[in-house]
Structures are given as structure tokens and as C-alpha cells.
Design a protein around this ligand. Sequence first.
Ligand code: AHR
Length: 647
Amino acid sequence: VQSTGGNQTGKFGHSYGYGFLHEDINNSGDGGIYAELIQNRAFQYSRAFPVSTAHYFPINGASLTINNGTEPLSKALPASMKVSVGNSTVGKIGFENEGYWGMDVKTHKYTGSFWVKGAYTGCFTASLQSNLTDDVFGSVEVESKSVASEWTEHTFELTPEKDAPNSNNTFAITFDPKGTQGGSLDFNLISLFPPTYKNRKNGLRVDIAEALAEMNPHFLRFPGGNMLEGLENDTYWDWKDSLGPLKDRPGFQGVWGYQQTHGLGMMEYLEWAEDMDLQIVIGVWAGLALNGDVTPKEDLQPFIDDALNEIEFIRGSAETEWGAKRAALGHPEPFELNYVEIGNEDWLAGFPGGWDSYKEYRFIMFHDAIKAKYPEIQVIGSSATSDPADEGATTGPNLENGIKYPADAIGDYHPYREPDELVEEFDRFDNDIGHIIGEVAATHVNGATPPRWDGELYKYPWWIGAVGEAVSLIGYERNSDRIPGTFYAPVLKNENRFQWPITLIQFTADAAQTTRAVTWYCWSLFAHHPISHTLPTTSNSSYGPVYWGAGVDEARNGALVWKGAVYNTTDNASVPITVRFEGVEAGTKAQLTYLTNSVGDPYAYNDPRTGVQIVDTTTKELTAGANGAFEFSLPQLSVAVLDTEVA
Ligand code: AHR
């Protein structure tokens, strides 16, 4: 007889949540879910990433050079691109932009804009065209308003007459140099958006957002992850830099090897959450950076004040100082914010000094200030109370002797593991304080050599990894009296440039290649059968190879839910299972849904390049037998849900 670690309190006031962390890694923001098509649209740069005309190509011999410093478009955007008559003698000159490894061109409306400085009488031509042939799929003439004395914005709409056969396309702007004085013009903030998710201005890419929304997520944690922390203490992700008109956003020195635009900013994240009905967990910067920089105690107060301002910006009324700033940006209604995390993985940032400071005063200073003003906010610390992966570690922080959080706080646990290890952690939270599982994924194959972080991550989420991960998800969910939710990380990957191959969704510029990984199917299955409370379970067999948990969902008229995973890596037999819910009578219907791997190979994955998809979904309606029991069997390496709400 075994009982779950969970109980019936439903403490967090919402159903148990499945969600994801988003930060800009793998071009998951710029060149990813942020729908902007132009790469290097505003020639933004930072210490790590110098300014350049990268991703632009001259048309008709034009010369493209950076103009940095003289009469900039704005303080935030000091550099621009000077387009001048170079080798060309006749005709229009200009430039094309290759986008983020291409552009999907369809017969829908694109919305564009660009800023120009320099006297010009005539028209600009904006076109979407093939990079391989002479095909121009659509173009529009934009009458010049450009003058020598100031920057002027030009806007346009462009609807191609035909779909491009592939995404190897560019966006071009040309002009007649004869209409200029001196044959040159300065360009900046060149922007082009396709239709966006829920038609938001400056919004999200539809196919990627829909793939996420279809998973039925509950949580969005942002802005990182490492992105929150920054490479150095003076380059953390300052939320204030991401507000307002694009010309006032300086861009961010990304921590994953590329410059970011700040286009996907605080408001865009909040609107994303609003549009998908997601609870948010925001990470506030704790004064520690990835390189080990530590903001000392005596300098911390301004950052604590800044975190309070950030919270007020999100959830304060329009009458408050920062709520008014949000209202001025078009959202007078406060957003819902119930979870605030202090920093990210601070046992790594600035270890040992930064971590010691986090334990000694840093966390508690932020915690106390936030709780004093917002007692109802759930404050989250950026580490777990312990991490089995660190047991016996001699060179890293030994979290066994780790942080003690105040009674009202919860921790954050980030298991990136081999599937066997995730299975071993099934009962990890049965006797611990509350946590979010702020990042989790099966990342390395069982028995990987060299082990874990000394070696490569696997190339895509793979089937046995997904099943092992599903076991751990059940382990977290059955402790939902203390764990409000689980977050996949990182969530998105552009196949053309990535730092972390294992993600829920893979994509290229071509929307037809957007691929839900095998793990997406497991998370989606669990997320589509939410529970508001766990139920105690008893069984006449022990856990393994079947792992399970049960719950009830008050929001669905008390639907009863059993979630299970069969993690039998050597025995290929199906496992007979009988589930009986207390009080369920003979004749009651339930729906069994289970996921299996159609090709048998436990290392198989969904491949965005070939289109091969390996997850089979089986759905059956079951009827409870004489003793109110549902009887079924589950195949080797399968993930299942039994739900008395029958679709
Ligand atoms: O998800 C990728 C990275 O893994 C996150 O940025 C960081 O928090 C973790 O180490």
C-alpha cells in the first residue's frame, strides 16, 4: 500500500500547471516566436557583439556602411546603415535582408516600416522576393517623406500575389539615387511583420504560438534562465529597456551568443501570457551575473526597489506610478501576477561568494520587501533545498547543506537528467518543502559517456527520454499541495542556430517545418487533463515499471483522473492495470488515452527536417466493471491518462 505525497488542499488556487520557461536561447525569441522577419533590423550592438551590416546585401552595387554616432535615430539606437551609390551607375539601388535564415512568404498581409534620413524625392520600393530566382512575390511603392534634417518613419502594407515555394526569400528596399542629394540615404529600424498571433502589434509568430497554445499550457516563466542574469552585472536583462516604442529599446547583449533586439519585451511577454491565459512567474534580477559578478549588500537596495517597481508595473492599478506607465502603453487593466522568483540558479552565479550571499542576505532582503508590499505573492527562491545531482560533489555547491527558505517561500528545482535518473526521482518531493520545477527535461541518454554535462545533449527529445520525463512529471504532480507546476526548458529551437538541441518545439523560417517534439505530446496529454487536487492512492503493486498518480478536477465537475507511465526499458510486455476510483460505480465511462512510439526504437524522435513523426496516440472508451474498476493494459514505454470526463 502506498500513498501519494500530495493531499487535497488545492493551495495555489488553480489547477496543477504545466508550462515552460522562455528566454532567448536558440533564437527562440528573435528569429523565433517574436514574429519580426528582419534580422539586425536596427544595427544594435553591445560589448560582446559589434555593430555590423550583417544579414544585409547590396542591390545594384550599392555601398552599405554603418553610420555610428552622428545624428542617430534615438539614444537607444545610435547606429544606422548608410546606403549610397557605390559601383552602380544606373537604376535603383538599395539592399535586401535575408531574415532569420529565410522568410516564409504567403499571400497574407505583411506590415512594414523603416526610418530614413536624407533628402529624397521619389518612391521607395519594398518587395518580398526569391533569393534563388527572379521571382518577386509582392511589392509596394512607398512615397518618400524623407528629409535631410530629421529621421522620418515610413510605413506600408504588402500582400504578395502568390505564395513562395520555399522560405529562401529576402526583403528588399530600393530607391532612385537620382532623387537624393549626394546619392545616399541613412536607414534604421527596418521592420516587417507577417500576421501575428491574436493580431497583436509587435506580436508573436502564429505557427509557433499555436503549437504552444495547443499544448494547453498553464504557466509562463520569464525572462530566464540565464538571460535574466546577464553576462556581467552591468548587462542583465533590465525590463525597463524593453518597454515602449521600438526606437527606444536599445537591445540586449544576449547570453547565448547573439545580440538581441529587446523586441520581445516585458509588455509582449505579458500579452503572450494574457493571450494564452497563462499564470506567470517572473524572475527579478538578484544582483548576480553569469560571470560571477556580485552586487554587494550595500548596493542592493536600488535593485530591490526596481523589483518592486516591476511588480507594480505588472499588477499595480493604473493609479500607481508604474501601473500608470503600463496604462500609458495601452494596458490599463493590471495583469495577474502571483509568482515572483528571486534570480536564477544562484547556486551557480557567483559561486561561492554570490551563492553564500544569496543564502545569507540576498534572498531574504528581496523576499521581505516583496512580502511586505504583496503578502499574497508566492516568492520563489532560485535553488532547490537539495539536488541529488550534487550529492558528493567536491567542486560545486553542495546543496545538501543548502538553503533554508522561510516557511512561506518555495524553491526552484532544475533537473536536466538522463531518463533513468528522472525515474529515480519519482519520490524526490514526497518529503520536501514546496518548489516549482522551473526547468526540467531529459537531456542526456542513459549511461552517457562522458556523463551528463561533460558530454553532448541528445539531438532531439527522444522517446525513452520523454517517458522517463513523464514519470518525473507524475512525481511532481502528485505533490501538488506544495508544487504549483512544472516548466519545460528551454522551450523553442531555431534549427539554423541553436545552443541547446532539446526543446519542446523546433522550427525554421518555413512554418511547414514547425515540429512538436515527442515530449510535447506527453506534456500536452498531461496538460489537457488537469487536476485541481491530488487523491491518495493505494495499490497492491509497487512503483515500477508503472508509475502513477491520481487526482480530481473540480473545474470539470469533479472529473477523476489517473496518470501513468510505463517505464520498462528491457521487458517489452504490456502491463495489465486495474484502476478503481473510490465511489465510482459499475457502468461509469472513462476515456483512456495513451502514447506510444510507432517505430519501436527508444531513441527515435520527431524530425523537423524529414517530417518523420513517431508518436502514436490511442484513445479508448472504457466502462467500469462490476466492482467499479477500469481494466486495461499499457504497452512498453507508454504514457497514459484515464479521465472520467469522456470527450
Ligand atoms: O534552459 C537552459 C538553461 O539551463 C537556463 O538558461 C538556465 O537556467 C539553466 O542552466
